[in-house]
Write a protein that binds this ligand. Structure first.
Ligand SMILES: [Zn+2]
Length: 208
């Protein structure tokens, strides 16, 4: 996240360039590129089963990359009423994301816990927040960090912890080809740096 005004301006300029470039790339051009990819791998893009494939791929991106169009700040309406002093946890939120190194799917579950500081949010908002960041090109390490940082910024709790367990198709289907390897990443902020707080959260999210 940009911190200074200077980096903010730089970031905004970059986004504008990306926007301009995007406007020049038409859907037809993208589909043509996909037809070339199909040819490159040794297939015939004109055969019956493949003729509509570029169109279907582009359509699937409406869901897979929908996170770019969503503003996480707009989601996080906070409430002071009903706030508590105990840990709030939503565990095993399913997610589906795309590895930015290989453009391959990775998916699994994310568990989020926070210790409120006079403010809470609707619990479904945590699941929606996962969608905002998962539906982008991602790496699992950044995914948990972005969720944790966003909650720290907008909800201002005493602390946040996010744990993600996922299987990566880029590992299962190519490279080392390990089908059952599960990657675990976590991000902890604030009071979750304390051993006992972290332990309480980990105990809650453990499978019985
Ligand atoms: Zn990968």
């Amino acid at each position: 996240m940009p911190k200074t005004n200077k980096t903010k301006t730089k970031y905004a300029a970059k986004r504008t360039v990306a926007q301009v470039l995007k406007n020049k790339i038409t859907e037809e051009k993208v589909k043509q590129n996909l037809r070339e990819i199909i040819t490159y791998i040794g297939e015939n893009p004109s055969r019956e089963g493949l003729i509509e494939t570029p169109k279907r791929i582009v359509k699937s991106w409406d869901t897979l990359f929908s996170g770019y169009k969503k503003d996480p700040a707009a989601l996080l309406k906070t409430f002071t009423e009903g706030s508590c002093e105990e840990m709030v946890i939503l565990k095993d939120i399913e997610f589906y994301s795309t590895c930015e190194h290989h453009f391959a799917p990775f998916f699994g579950t994310i568990s989020i816990g926070y210790l409120p500081n006079k403010k809470v949010i609707g619990i479904s908002k945590l699941a929606r927040l996962v969608e905002v960041y998962a539906r982008r090109l991602q790496i699992q390490e950044r995914l948990v960090a972005q969720i944790a940082d966003c909650l720290m910024k907008h909800l201002q709790p005493l602390g946040v912890m996010v744990v993600c367990k996922a299987r990566h198709m880029c590992i299962c289907s190519r490279g080392v080809q390990k089908h059952n390897a599960e990657m675990v990443t976590s991000a902890l902020r604030g009071v979750f740096n304390k051993h006992e707080v972290r332990q309480e959260f980990l105990q809650f999210i453990q499978k019985v």
